[in-house]
Design a protein around this ligand. Structure first.
Ligand code: ADP
Ligand code: MG
Length: 254
Protein backbone atom coordinates (compact mmCIF):
# COMPACT_ATOMS: atom_id res chain seq x y z
CA UNK A 1 0.00 0.00 0.00
CA UNK A 2 1.38 3.40 -0.94
CA UNK A 3 1.71 6.25 1.51
CA UNK A 4 -1.10 8.02 -0.36
CA UNK A 5 -3.43 5.01 -0.03
CA UNK A 6 -2.60 4.67 3.65
CA UNK A 7 -3.25 8.35 4.18
CA UNK A 8 -6.57 7.97 2.36
CA UNK A 9 -7.58 5.27 4.83
CA UNK A 10 -7.50 2.32 2.41
CA UNK A 11 -8.01 -1.07 4.04
CA UNK A 12 -4.57 -2.48 4.85
CA UNK A 13 -3.73 -5.74 3.16
CA UNK A 14 -2.70 -8.35 5.71
CA UNK A 15 0.98 -9.24 5.51
CA UNK A 16 1.37 -12.88 4.54
CA UNK A 17 3.34 -14.70 7.22
CA UNK A 18 5.20 -17.84 6.18
CA UNK A 19 2.87 -20.76 6.87
CA UNK A 20 5.80 -23.06 7.51
CA UNK A 21 6.45 -23.16 11.26
CA UNK A 22 10.00 -24.35 10.54
CA UNK A 23 10.78 -20.93 9.09
CA UNK A 24 10.34 -19.29 12.52
CA UNK A 25 13.53 -19.04 14.57
CA UNK A 26 14.10 -21.60 17.31
CA UNK A 27 15.81 -18.87 19.35
CA UNK A 28 14.97 -15.16 19.20
CA UNK A 29 16.70 -12.70 21.52
CA UNK A 30 15.85 -8.99 21.51
CA UNK A 31 17.73 -6.40 23.52
CA UNK A 32 18.97 -9.03 25.97
CA UNK A 33 21.01 -7.68 28.86
CA UNK A 34 22.43 -9.49 31.87
CA UNK A 35 23.86 -7.63 34.80
CA UNK A 36 25.57 -9.16 37.81
CA UNK A 37 25.71 -7.16 41.03
CA UNK A 38 28.76 -8.03 43.10
CA UNK A 39 29.88 -6.17 46.20
CA UNK A 40 27.96 -3.04 45.20
CA UNK A 41 29.45 -3.10 41.68
CA UNK A 42 27.46 -3.93 38.57
CA UNK A 43 29.05 -6.06 35.85
CA UNK A 44 27.34 -5.78 32.45
CA UNK A 45 27.93 -9.27 31.10
CA UNK A 46 25.53 -8.81 28.15
CA UNK A 47 24.71 -5.29 26.97
CA UNK A 48 21.94 -5.72 24.40
CA UNK A 49 21.97 -8.87 22.27
CA UNK A 50 19.69 -9.28 19.25
CA UNK A 51 19.98 -12.74 17.77
CA UNK A 52 17.92 -15.26 15.77
CA UNK A 53 18.96 -18.88 15.49
CA UNK A 54 17.04 -20.93 12.94
CA UNK A 55 16.33 -24.62 12.73
CA UNK A 56 19.37 -26.59 11.59
CA UNK A 57 21.72 -23.60 12.04
CA UNK A 58 25.32 -24.58 12.89
CA UNK A 59 26.65 -21.70 14.97
CA UNK A 60 29.98 -21.01 16.65
CA UNK A 61 30.14 -18.34 19.35
CA UNK A 62 33.62 -16.93 19.83
CA UNK A 63 35.13 -14.01 21.73
CA UNK A 64 37.73 -13.24 24.38
CA UNK A 65 37.43 -14.62 27.88
CA UNK A 66 34.86 -12.55 29.77
CA UNK A 67 33.08 -11.38 26.59
CA UNK A 68 29.80 -13.00 27.73
CA UNK A 69 29.77 -16.33 25.85
CA UNK A 70 28.79 -18.51 28.82
CA UNK A 71 26.28 -15.95 30.07
CA UNK A 72 24.64 -15.99 26.63
CA UNK A 73 24.63 -19.81 26.46
CA UNK A 74 23.12 -20.05 29.94
CA UNK A 75 20.32 -17.71 28.91
CA UNK A 76 19.69 -19.57 25.65
CA UNK A 77 19.71 -22.84 27.62
CA UNK A 78 17.20 -21.46 30.19
CA UNK A 79 19.69 -21.93 33.04
CA UNK A 80 19.53 -18.16 33.61
CA UNK A 81 17.19 -15.31 32.65
CA UNK A 82 17.94 -11.92 31.10
CA UNK A 83 17.90 -8.86 33.40
CA UNK A 84 16.24 -6.95 30.50
CA UNK A 85 15.01 -7.80 27.04
CA UNK A 86 13.07 -10.65 25.49
CA UNK A 87 13.79 -14.28 24.78
CA UNK A 88 11.46 -16.41 22.69
CA UNK A 89 12.20 -20.14 22.49
CA UNK A 90 10.14 -21.77 19.72
CA UNK A 91 7.92 -18.69 19.87
CA UNK A 92 7.32 -18.96 23.64
CA UNK A 93 8.34 -16.13 25.99
CA UNK A 94 10.73 -17.64 28.52
CA UNK A 95 10.28 -14.73 30.97
CA UNK A 96 6.63 -15.70 31.50
CA UNK A 97 7.48 -19.26 32.55
CA UNK A 98 7.48 -20.38 36.16
CA UNK A 99 10.18 -22.64 37.59
CA UNK A 100 8.33 -25.86 36.74
CA UNK A 101 7.63 -24.81 33.17
CA UNK A 102 11.27 -23.77 32.78
CA UNK A 103 12.53 -27.08 34.13
CA UNK A 104 10.23 -28.80 31.62
CA UNK A 105 11.54 -26.70 28.74
CA UNK A 106 15.14 -27.38 29.75
CA UNK A 107 14.39 -31.08 29.82
CA UNK A 108 12.54 -31.29 26.50
CA UNK A 109 13.90 -28.48 24.30
CA UNK A 110 17.54 -28.06 25.34
CA UNK A 111 20.49 -30.42 25.17
CA UNK A 112 23.42 -28.88 27.09
CA UNK A 113 27.02 -30.10 26.88
CA UNK A 114 29.67 -28.72 29.24
CA UNK A 115 33.45 -28.65 29.10
CA UNK A 116 33.67 -30.85 32.20
CA UNK A 117 31.26 -33.60 30.95
CA UNK A 118 29.22 -33.52 34.23
CA UNK A 119 28.42 -37.24 34.22
CA UNK A 120 27.16 -39.11 37.28
CA UNK A 121 30.29 -40.99 38.45
CA UNK A 122 28.58 -44.02 40.00
CA UNK A 123 26.37 -45.12 37.12
CA UNK A 124 27.30 -46.57 33.74
CA UNK A 125 27.07 -44.79 30.38
CA UNK A 126 23.62 -46.23 29.66
CA UNK A 127 22.14 -45.00 32.95
CA UNK A 128 23.78 -41.59 32.58
CA UNK A 129 22.04 -41.22 29.23
CA UNK A 130 18.70 -42.54 30.57
CA UNK A 131 18.71 -40.04 33.40
CA UNK A 132 17.03 -37.02 31.68
CA UNK A 133 14.11 -39.27 30.70
CA UNK A 134 13.32 -40.07 34.35
CA UNK A 135 11.44 -36.75 34.55
CA UNK A 136 9.20 -37.78 31.67
CA UNK A 137 7.44 -40.66 33.41
CA UNK A 138 8.53 -42.96 30.62
CA UNK A 139 8.56 -46.71 31.23
CA UNK A 140 12.01 -48.13 32.04
CA UNK A 141 12.16 -50.27 28.88
CA UNK A 142 11.47 -47.26 26.65
CA UNK A 143 14.05 -45.11 28.45
CA UNK A 144 16.57 -47.87 28.03
CA UNK A 145 15.82 -48.24 24.34
CA UNK A 146 16.08 -44.50 23.67
CA UNK A 147 19.33 -44.26 25.62
CA UNK A 148 20.85 -47.17 23.66
CA UNK A 149 19.79 -45.46 20.41
CA UNK A 150 21.48 -42.22 21.51
CA UNK A 151 24.65 -44.11 22.47
CA UNK A 152 24.60 -45.83 19.08
CA UNK A 153 24.41 -42.42 17.37
CA UNK A 154 27.61 -41.34 19.13
CA UNK A 155 29.35 -44.67 18.39
CA UNK A 156 29.42 -46.02 21.95
CA UNK A 157 27.28 -49.15 21.69
CA UNK A 158 30.22 -51.22 22.94
CA UNK A 159 30.73 -49.08 26.05
CA UNK A 160 27.20 -48.81 27.47
CA UNK A 161 28.02 -50.75 30.63
CA UNK A 162 31.16 -48.76 31.51
CA UNK A 163 31.41 -46.26 34.35
CA UNK A 164 32.69 -42.78 33.42
CA UNK A 165 36.12 -43.48 35.00
CA UNK A 166 36.47 -46.51 32.71
CA UNK A 167 36.12 -44.29 29.64
CA UNK A 168 38.55 -41.91 27.88
CA UNK A 169 37.89 -38.15 27.86
CA UNK A 170 36.52 -38.30 24.32
CA UNK A 171 34.25 -41.23 25.21
CA UNK A 172 32.97 -39.38 28.29
CA UNK A 173 32.15 -36.36 26.18
CA UNK A 174 30.35 -38.63 23.70
CA UNK A 175 28.26 -40.01 26.58
CA UNK A 176 27.46 -36.38 27.48
CA UNK A 177 26.44 -35.73 23.86
CA UNK A 178 24.20 -38.82 23.91
CA UNK A 179 22.64 -37.61 27.19
CA UNK A 180 22.01 -34.19 25.60
CA UNK A 181 20.41 -35.83 22.53
CA UNK A 182 18.29 -38.48 24.19
CA UNK A 183 15.26 -36.23 24.74
CA UNK A 184 15.29 -35.13 21.09
CA UNK A 185 15.87 -31.43 21.92
CA UNK A 186 15.20 -28.49 19.58
CA UNK A 187 18.72 -27.26 20.11
CA UNK A 188 22.08 -28.67 21.16
CA UNK A 189 24.21 -26.17 23.14
CA UNK A 190 27.86 -26.89 23.87
CA UNK A 191 29.99 -24.53 26.00
CA UNK A 192 33.66 -25.20 25.12
CA UNK A 193 32.94 -28.94 24.69
CA UNK A 194 36.51 -29.70 23.59
CA UNK A 195 38.26 -27.53 26.18
CA UNK A 196 39.44 -30.61 28.10
CA UNK A 197 40.29 -32.75 25.08
CA UNK A 198 43.41 -33.29 22.96
CA UNK A 199 43.38 -32.44 19.24
CA UNK A 200 42.51 -35.95 17.98
CA UNK A 201 39.60 -36.27 20.38
CA UNK A 202 38.50 -32.71 19.58
CA UNK A 203 38.30 -33.73 15.92
CA UNK A 204 36.20 -36.77 16.90
CA UNK A 205 33.69 -34.68 18.84
CA UNK A 206 33.49 -32.01 16.14
CA UNK A 207 32.94 -34.67 13.44
CA UNK A 208 30.09 -35.93 15.59
CA UNK A 209 28.57 -32.41 15.73
CA UNK A 210 28.99 -32.10 11.93
CA UNK A 211 27.04 -35.35 11.48
CA UNK A 212 24.29 -34.39 13.93
CA UNK A 213 23.84 -31.06 12.16
CA UNK A 214 23.80 -32.77 8.74
CA UNK A 215 21.04 -35.03 10.13
CA UNK A 216 18.94 -31.97 11.01
CA UNK A 217 20.01 -31.02 14.55
CA UNK A 218 20.40 -27.32 15.43
CA UNK A 219 23.85 -26.86 17.01
CA UNK A 220 25.47 -23.93 18.89
CA UNK A 221 29.08 -24.32 20.05
CA UNK A 222 31.10 -21.90 22.18
CA UNK A 223 34.79 -22.14 21.42
CA UNK A 224 37.95 -20.12 21.55
CA UNK A 225 39.61 -22.28 18.90
CA UNK A 226 39.48 -20.72 15.40
CA UNK A 227 39.66 -24.15 13.67
CA UNK A 228 36.49 -25.23 15.41
CA UNK A 229 34.68 -22.00 14.61
CA UNK A 230 35.66 -22.26 10.93
CA UNK A 231 33.86 -25.56 10.43
CA UNK A 232 30.56 -24.15 11.68
CA UNK A 233 28.31 -22.47 9.12
CA UNK A 234 27.87 -19.25 11.05
CA UNK A 235 30.30 -17.50 13.39
CA UNK A 236 29.12 -14.98 15.98
CA UNK A 237 31.81 -12.91 17.67
CA UNK A 238 31.06 -11.39 21.07
CA UNK A 239 32.98 -8.42 22.40
CA UNK A 240 32.24 -6.87 25.79
CA UNK A 241 28.74 -8.31 25.95
CA UNK A 242 27.71 -7.30 22.43
CA UNK A 243 27.58 -9.08 19.06
CA UNK A 244 30.51 -7.60 17.17
CA UNK A 245 30.31 -9.80 14.06
CA UNK A 246 27.75 -12.29 12.76
CA UNK A 247 29.09 -14.07 9.69
CA UNK A 248 27.21 -16.64 7.64
CA UNK A 249 30.04 -18.66 6.11
CA UNK A 250 27.88 -21.18 4.31
CA UNK A 251 24.31 -20.78 3.11
CA UNK A 252 21.52 -22.42 5.10
CA UNK A 253 20.50 -25.79 3.69
CA UNK A 254 16.93 -24.60 3.11
P1 ADP B 1 33.01 -15.93 28.79
O1 ADP B 1 32.24 -17.21 28.85
O2 ADP B 1 33.01 -15.28 27.43
O3 ADP B 1 34.39 -16.06 29.31
P2 ADP B 1 31.20 -15.04 30.90
O4 ADP B 1 29.84 -15.04 30.29
O5 ADP B 1 31.56 -16.16 31.79
O6 ADP B 1 32.28 -14.84 29.71
O7 ADP B 1 31.39 -13.69 31.72
C1 ADP B 1 31.05 -12.39 31.23
C2 ADP B 1 31.29 -11.35 32.31
O8 ADP B 1 30.37 -11.54 33.37
C3 ADP B 1 32.67 -11.42 32.93
O9 ADP B 1 33.07 -10.10 33.25
C4 ADP B 1 32.45 -12.23 34.19
O10 ADP B 1 33.40 -11.90 35.17
C5 ADP B 1 31.04 -11.80 34.58
N1 ADP B 1 30.32 -12.87 35.29
C6 ADP B 1 29.98 -14.09 34.78
N2 ADP B 1 29.29 -14.81 35.68
C7 ADP B 1 29.21 -14.06 36.80
C8 ADP B 1 28.62 -14.24 38.08
N3 ADP B 1 27.96 -15.36 38.40
N4 ADP B 1 28.73 -13.23 38.98
C9 ADP B 1 29.36 -12.09 38.68
N5 ADP B 1 29.94 -11.84 37.48
C10 ADP B 1 29.87 -12.80 36.55
MG1 MG C 1 32.80 -19.17 29.33
Amino acid sequence: MSVAERAAGATPVATVEPADADAAPVIALRGVRREYVMGGQTVQALRGIDLDIRRNDYVAIIGASGSGKSTLMNIIGCLDKPSHGHYLLNGQAVADMGDNALAGVRNTEIGFIFQSFNLLPRVDALHNVMQPLVYRRMPYAERRERASDALRKVGLTQRMGHLPNELSGGQRQRVAVARALVGNPSILLADEPTGNLDSTTTEEIMTLFDQLQADGQTVVVVTHEPDIAQRCHRVITLHDGLVKLDQQQRPLAC
